[in-house]
Design a protein around this ligand. Sequence first.
Ligand code: DP6
Length: 325
Amino acid sequence: MSSATACAQPNIALVKYWGKRDEGLILPATGSLSMTLDAFTTTTTVRLGVEADSFTLNGSPAAEAAMSRTTSFLDLVRELAADDGPAAVTSVNEAPTGAGLASSASGFAALALAASKAYGLDLDQSELSRLARRGSGSACRSIVPGFAVWHAGRDDASSYAEPIPAPDLRLVIVTIDSHEKAVSSREAMRLTRDTSPFYNAWISSTEAVLDEMVSACRTGDIARIGELTELHALRMHAVIASCRPPVRYLAPASVSVFDAAAALRASGVQAWATADAGPNVCLLTTPGEAGEVASAVSGLGRVRVVSPGPGARLVSPGLGARSVP
Ligand code: DP6
């Protein structure tokens, strides 16, 4: 009776993924770049030798939509492993699910590793990243430690994330609301592609920002990394707001955090804001300034400073976590 347990953390994109070229394979319209966090761990166990598929999330049976996404994902693993046996999936998620802290990224990264091991597959980092991508696009970046570039690729084989050198940075996460969002990223991405008059400009400008961000990371140009991070987040929220019907993820309190970042910069502190598909905002800063940034925004939400974290890894009972080779 085979079983495997894996952990993974969410990632926050500095260059966002927003739009798919192929919905079935989850091929993105552009590449993206992120930092995997050292917080909000998802721990997932996949156990074979059971009667039927099941998915327990944070101690309760998962809702139907989450269950069917998990079963479809297990089907991909079963096809790769040529083993159609059912699996019991148990997952514990430290991040608030669905609130824009990318719990689907840590969730599918941990599931990809645990399920592939339980079904006897031995995938390398890029194969695992490709597999995680099929569950949720951004999950492919949570396989990778630290900073990751997800290459858009031409096809399934060429669309995966890999590590990129970058300076040591911190994210100050300001949690404003941890309720599930009204419109999922998946749905809003589709709506953006289908209804925004600015979609093509979003895609072509993202390619240019990604190229600039990759070179800023390589040269360690923190000011350029920060400026591009905030600019790209605001462009994503602008293209989302231009949908029909419009979607707005940022709350008034989120906008206050963007204002706080501008005020910090005006006083000589390095801080740049970004937000995924939800109201919570992250401030990118340096290790030396993270404490000051965190106290400046402590009145705006729950604040936590996070560092670049590890990629997805197996957890051997009694032995702790170990990295994927
Ligand atoms: C705003 O990866 O959740 O966080 O591929 O449809 O599952 P699906 O979408 P998902 O979208 C993440 C969108 C984002 C930006 C990012 O993480 O790059």
